[in-house]
Ligand binder design. Structure first.
Ligand code: NAD
Ligand code: GLY
Length: 375
């Protein structure tokens, strides 16, 4: 667990640093959240020592932040390289993964080499997977630059690439050594990407914290306006809830599946339309409407819950109607979901405000949900 920041937080220029610990025995680490983190030397102290660091980023993010990160890493590593990938969900594939591995091998990088994932969830998931498999595991650090990555994908150690037949189907559980969530990086995020991040923030309310759901409703306008205090609270609370879940079920043998509320429908939308058509967060936002409807149809929640979720998701600028892929196609896609067991689709449903569970549902009921929400 990192200590350099303890008792030092208020001395750092640019505002206080919030530290959320992830408690996983010898794999424990800290999430640092705050403004101006990239340029603070303290952010980069105490990381694993090595001869070389490799920053993995993409062609959009590198011009914005790469030079600053490289400058901070230079005093700590004799060699600091960069691998710049193409931008987009459609490039979360074997070819991009190979580009990272090719670089590591071509530069004779040893097993202490530290990888830095500078970007959103796509860069983070791929860099983490590369770190997990290169020489059976090298350390890596997440530097998330999207709201979605700061509240979800950079935390908890799920790493993956997509397969044409299924989202995130190839991957590993592999924890980072630290997560550095600089809120200032969100200033350049396109509005559509901000909304996508809000979807994963909204998710934490119904599954784990009814009070947080009310807080999001009351503060959504501030979040949309990128108010730093509101963002700091939303990122911190989201990470605390994720830390609580992952601390109990790191490898998703049970509880962790609740973090996939809205994802069964969402992944089907992403795979069915082709990666990159809808943003992941958009698909999750819409998926949460469908999963809320299913929770109501299963008799677990009152209809007002669905109205509340739909209104919030719509206010966040996210789609609440699903693409018309056809019921059979949806069912086929959802059977490939990692939560499926023996061909039965398992959905995360809300069983009470702030409480989620896993259920199967008859195809006919799922078809009713799809009929109600597909354009
Ligand atoms: P992304 O990584 O594609 O980033 C979104 C877009 O914003 C990209 O075009 C990117 O280049 C750009 N961008 C990033 N930071 C920017 C900045 N500061 N300023 C301007 N532009 C910036 O998408 P995402 O929403 O961050 O992540 C989605 C991915 O995360 C999906 O592949 C999803 O499966 C994965 N995910 C993983 C987990 C997990 O637990 N590992 C959880 C949720 C989502
Ligand atoms: N985003 C789901 C998880 O981390 O388990």
């Amino acid at each position: 667990m990192m200590t350099e920041h303890d008792g030092n937080n208020d001395d750092l220029s640019g505002g206080p640093v919030r530290v959320v610990p992830i408690a996983l025995d010898e794999r424990s680490y800290d999430i640092l959240i705050g403004p101006a983190l990239l340029d603070r030397p303290a952010t980069w102290q105490g990381l694993p020592k090595a001869a070389a660091a490799v920053i993995v980023s993409n062609e959009t993010i590198a011009p914005l932040f790469l030079a600053r990160v490289r400058a901070q890493l230079a005093p700590h590593y004799a060699r600091v390289d960069a691998v710049i990938l193409s931008d987009g969900e459609r490039y979360k594939d074997w070819d991009s993964l190979n580009r990272i591995v090719d670089h590591l091998l071509a530069t004779a990088s040893d097993r202490k080499t530290v990888l830095f994932a500078l970007g959103g969830g796509v860069v983070g998931d791929m860099t983490g997977f590369a770190a997990a498999i290169y020489m059976r595991g090298v350390p890596f650090v997440q530097v998330p630059t999207t709201l979605l990555a700061q509240v979800d994908s950079s935390v908890g150690g799920k790493t993956a690439i997509n397969h044409p037949l299924g989202k995130n189907m190839l991957g590993a559980f592999y924890q980072p050594a630290r997560v550095i969530a600089d809120l200032d990086t969100l200033d350049s995020l396109p509005p559509r990407e901000l909304a996508a991040g809000l979807a994963e923030i909204i998710k934490y309310g119904p599954i784990a914290d009814a009070e947080f759901l009310s807080w999001i409703e009351a503060n959504l306008d501030a979040l949309l306006a990128r108010d730093k205090a509101a963002l700091a609270h939303a990122v911190q609370r989201s990470c605390e809830i994720k830390a609580w879940v992952v601390g109990q079920d790191e490898r998703e043998s049970g509880l962790r599946a609740i973090l996939n509320f809205g994802h069964t429908f969402g992944h089907a939308i992403e795979t069915g339309l082709g990666y990159g058509e809808w943003l992941h967060g958009e698909a999750v936002g819409c998926g949460m409407v469908l999963a809320s409807d299913l929770s109501v149809r299963l008799g677990l929640m009152p209809p007002e819950f669905l109205t509340r979720m739909r209104k919030l998701i719509e206010r966040a600028g996210l789609p609440v109607r699903a693409p018309r892929l056809g019921v059979e196609r949806y069912l086929e896609l959802m059977r490939v979901d990692k939560k499926s067991e023996g061909g039965e689709i398992r959905f995360v449903v809300i069983e009470g405000l702030g409480r989620a569970g896993m259920r199967g549902a008859p195809d006919a009921l799922v078809a009713e949900v799809l009929d109600a929400y597909c354009d």
